[in-house]
Design a protein around this ligand. Structure first.
Ligand code: SAH
Length: 342
């Protein structure tokens, strides 16, 4: 059975008009869906006869909290949700002065194989449906009581490897009658599936595209990111540049600082050149240690020296503040832990 929360407002309108319902009904139903109901019968002001008709082909689900950890350091909340088929994904809620940001997963597992990442260790199970990503946002807000103003697609999975569902999610969460979160408050992070960049640019969404670069040269990047094979940094830069020119939206480069791997002067100089070529902002990320990984975070000294080189070259650079250090910080770690406990 199809889940009713997957339908876009216009699809709901079409469905209900086929069922002979008045126009206003679609809005009424869509609003109910946004309130986080877990059963079609909870729509108390919708006629019973219509609810019965909907129940013939549609269902609803309310994800269960498998675990909820609240950081004592900064209030960051990490949820592990149980999905309708028994799989689990993680969502993180971070609070900043300017509002609350939710970090959502887009797949159960991941097949990109990045060497430093916990999410990819067990491979890909499946992509999330649009409504499952929406439910991460919706139920994090409902459970935490914190109004979500920003979304980052930086949890488990590769968003561009689940393109259609992710785009549908973006439309759902952006709907004025739904959560109404503006595209400019959304960042989509990718390991660089360049063949999808034009397809994304075609939609001309005003979101921020974050590219997980992590190395400015093929030798280093191919060692830590299998997605670089057959694509390469040069091609990635051309695709980034074209994306920026077509959408007018500045790209940001994510760059994890890994000790002795990508944090030398050589890497900093080349990264500066790349960033300037596509007018990208650089976001340096202190690496989170993953148990299974042979990599270690760069020292503070190396990070400082790296920032200095970028700044001297006129690159716009920030170092990400580490949040939720006491709650299995980086995404994929909590689900991974649960798998190991089984
Ligand atoms: N697949 C997408 C989005 C999910 S990963 C992507 O690759 O961008 C979100 C971000 O977390 C990416 O920049 C990823 O490289 C980073 N990340 C993965 N493992 C990490 C770790 N151990 N420490 C810090 N950041 C990590």
């Amino acid at each position: 059975m199809e889940n009713l929360r997957n339908l876009l407002p216009e699809e709901l309108e079409e469905l209900l008009s086929e069922l002979g319902e008045p126009r206003y009904r679609a809005k009424q139903v869509f609003k109910w869906l946004g309130r986080g109901i877990g059963d079609i019968d909870e729509m108390s002001d919708i006629p019973k006869s219509l609810r019965e008709k909907l129940k013939e082909n549609y269902t609803l689900y309310r994800p269960k909290v498998l675990s909820k950890q609240v950081s004592k350091l900064d209030g960051t909340i990490k949820y592990l949700w149980e999905l309708s088929d028994g799989n689990a994904v993680e969502t993180v809620v971070m609070s900043y002065k300017h509002g609350n940001t939710v970090c959502v997963s887009t797949q159960v597992g991941c097949r990109q194989g990045c060497a430093f990442c916990a999410s990819t260790i067990g491979g890909l199970v499946r992509g999330l449906e649009a409504r499952e990503i929406l439910e991460e946002v919706m139920f994090s807000q409902l459970d935490s009581g914190r109004t979500i103003s920003n979304i980052v697609l930086m949890g488990i999975g590769e968003p561009l490897d689940n393109f259609d569902n992710v785009v549908r999610f973006l439309k759902l969460v952006n709907s004025p009658d739904g959560m109404n979160i503006g595209m400019r408050h959304i960042s989509l992070s990718t390991c660089g599936l360049t063949e999808m960049f034009d397809k994304l640019a075609d939609l001309n969404l005003q979101l921020t595209l974050s590219v997980s670069l992590h190395a400015p040269d093929d030798e280093t990047r191919s060692k830590i990111m299998p997605a670089n094979h057959g694509r390469g940094v040069e091609q990635l830069m051309e695709c980034c540049k074209r994306y920026y020119e077509r959408t007018g939206r500045r790209i940001s480069f994510e760059y994890i600082m890994i000790d002795g791997v990508n944090d030398t002067e050589y890497h900093a100089q080349l990264l500066a050149k790349r960033a300037k070529y596509v007018s990208a902002h650089v976001n340096l990320i202190p690496m989170n240690h993953v148990e299974e990984s042979r990599f270690h975070p760069s020292t503070q000294g190396h990070i400082k020296a790296f920032v200095k080189v970028l700044e001297e070259n006129g690159v716009n650079v920030t170092v990400r503040r580490k949040l939720g250090g006491d709650v299995d910080a980086s995404c994929g770690q909590l689900r991974r832990k649960m798998q190991k406990d089984k």
